[in-house]
Design a binder for this molecule. Structure first.
Ligand SMILES: Nc1ncnc2c1ncn2[C@@H]1O[C@H](COP(=O)(O)OP(=O)(O)OP(=O)(O)O)[C@@H](O)[C@H]1O
Ligand SMILES: [Mg+2]
Length: 302
């Protein structure tokens, strides 16, 4: 009995920490009712699966960053509603302010996000606003900085003295330090070198898996979303063109072409082998995994 209760409680905790974001017929127009009006998103009606990583992909200008900013209340939908755990984000200034801290957004350009005098103050901004004590702030900042690879000697520097890669890490640390319920990452690895990219994406995924966060990973890289996402949302000219598991979305390369996107090269190779009757799993998207698989097949004489 005790064991059963423990299991139920753990399941409850797990579930309760998973936030749901829902968009109800959301549209967004920049400069509405002016000669400069631009429809960026049109009638998006979907939920992001709680506790999963949804990769958001789409050609440049398809509306990815606009979507990101609608999710944490920076932008207000021109039509429709954004709901976080069933509550509308934009009821009043208070709910909108709260949304900024409940949904952590790492901006596409870190320069838009960093504004304090020192790196420490920048990372501390979120926990401070969430009313944490000084000791807690110190701990959260140190943890987040360590996690994202921000060196301790950068803490007293101005964020503007940093390199592009360091700014990116500080911006991510600032969002993680708030411990948001939902994490929206707009091209979080852009501007990092390949090893930094690997490292930061790997760590973010570990963070998500350990804490069961709902994460949106916006990326230009089909390889990255293939490897790290559970589900994909494909935007095409401001509409939700496809929204399904990675496997399902990747199983129709022609549909992706319609959205001006292409499968990762390795995935194409694997699907080609599959079409020729070679027994390969469809979930191989990286060179190293493909190499491992092909070596195994050769050894077995397939
Ligand atoms: N401040 C703005 N004023 C007017 N139009 C804008 C503004 N910001 C974006 N847009 C337009 O809205 C559309 C969607 O832009 P958005 O930045 O959301 O696309 P994106 O998918 O993030 O693109 P990218 O891949 O280049 O980052 C584009 O046509 C863009 O030109
Ligand atoms: Mg963008």
């Amino acid at each position: 009995m005790k064991r059963k209760l423990q299991t139920l409680f753990l399941a409850y905790l797990e579930k309760s920490s998973m936030a749901e974001i829902r968009l109800e017929h959301v549209s967004y127009r920049y400069s509405p009712d002016t000669p400069f009006e631009k429809v960026a998103l049109q009638d998006i009606d979907l939920s992001f699966t709680p506790g999963k990583i949804t990769g958001v992909i789409g050609h440049t200008g398809s509306g990815k960053s606009t979507l990101a900013q609608l999710l944490n209340g920076i932008l207000r939908p021109t039509e429709g509603r954004v709901l976080l755990d069933g509550e509308e984000l934009f009821v009043n200034a208070k709910s909108r302010h709260a949304a900024r801290f409940r949904v952590g957004l790492v901006f596409q350009y870190p320069e838009y996000q960093l504004f304090e005098e020192t790196v420490f103050q920048d990372i501390a901004f979120g926990p401070k606003n969430r009313g944490k004590s000084n000791e807690e702030i110190q701990r959260l900042v140190e943890e987040a900085a360590h996690f994202t690879g921000v060196e301790p000697d950068l803490m007293d520097k101005s964020p503007f003295e940093l390199s592009g890669g360091q700014k990116r890490r500080v911006a991510i640390a600032g969002v993680l330090a708030m411990d948001p319920e939902v994490l929206v990452l707009d091209e979080p690895a852009a501007g990092l070198d390949p090893s930094g990219r690997e490292e930061i994406l790997g760590r973010l995924v570990t963070y998500q898996r350990e804490r069961g966060k709902t994460v949106l990973l916006i990326s230009h890289s089909m390889e990255d979303v293939a490897r790290f996402a559970d589900e994909l949302l494909v935007l095409k000219e401001g509409t939700a063109f496809l929204h399904d598991t990675v496997e399902k979305v990747f199983s129709d390369p022609e549909k992706l072409t319609e959205a001006h996107l292409a499968l990762p090269q390795i995935t194409r190779l694997i699907l080609d082998l599959k079409a020729r009757g070679i027994p390969v799993p469809a979930s191989v998207h990286t060179v190293s995994d493909a190499l491992f698989l092909l070596k195994k097949l050769l050894k077995e004489g397939t």
